[in-house]
Design a protein around this ligand. Sequence first.
Ligand SMILES: [Zn+2]
Length: 398
Amino acid sequence: MLHAGSILRSRTPLLFVPSVLRLIAMASLAALAAACSSEDDTTWNAKPGQNDAGADAQPDSSPGDVTASEPSEGDAGNDSATDDSSIPDTSVPDTTEPDAEPIDTATCVQSMQACSGADTCCDGRTCGTTTLGQVCCGNEGIACATSDGADCCGDLLCVDKRCQKGEAMFKAPYSCGQSWTYDHHSAEVREALDFIRDDGGQTNGAPVLASAEGVATQHSQPSGAGNYIVVTHSGGWQTYYFHLSSFSVADGTHVMQGQTIGLTGTTGASSGPHIHYEQLLNGVGQKIKINGVSLEPYPSYYNEKSLVSDNGCSGEGKPYMTWGSNRPVHAEANLSSPVVGTLPGPTLVYVVCQTQGESVTAEGYTNDWWSKLSDPAGYVSNIYIDDPASKLPGVPDC
Ligand SMILES: [Zn+2]
């Protein structure tokens, strides 16, 4: 979610000037603060092995796309239609289905059970390879139940109960609804990004959240990464969180996605409070993806791109910024219902669901979709939700 960007793209020029001024002001601040110093990065690059951060320079080569093994089609020819070309056409349409051979549930091989190419796997699974060896497993999108992807084929992991590529598991390393801007400067190690807040909140001391479930270990490297946490996930994935002011979990804690693991700080070789964040696969830094979406191309400066977190939101709604000032929140999705609250200016709100109500025309837009907010509890026209779409993507209907 590019808050500032979407304003510039989709709204009236009214907000253009203050937005630009705000960006310039913040860019100046950011330039003075909050980066991994190039000295520490140089140190890391120059002295591999002297730190336990694994921060030594790594070749940029990506390990190549790992694709799951092709699904075996099983016995072909199951759906051969009966050959009725020799039968004269009659006026009665033939409604009988050709006999498809159903998968024999008595003989199909269950998930995670050993299989060979001659076997048919139950439930749309495929005979493939997982950490358990050659077993029936799920390709991308197939339902799964294991925490480590033992029932997903190849390198796929079980994310949100579906077999998915591992990078789909990561969420932003900071609290639900917060907007942080990020950059990757020229001396930065690997594929790291540095994050600072751009939503008006304090970066220093802000909770740092685990991107995904895993085991958190504490580390310290005063000359570089400072106090940092490594979370080891399944499938060979790790995430790094550098420069913490303090740790929030004990060394070796099994943490859940969205759990606070530390507080943002500027320990080690750092010129200001920020989160230095990395995603690694088998020890090699990867281009960072959040919710499976790449943050490439990496900007070289703050305030070119930003990201609103949905980490730890868990059901309270999807975070959005509002647009405009003094917007009334109504008890129902129409303008004549009582006003139950006011949004003073661009405000962070959580949209629980959306519904069609009275058509509203304002600021050059007409829209009959309304967002139901959790706080203040009520409805606001989608015109005032800072998203270019009339109907918000990814928000359920009420
Ligand atoms: Zn950094």
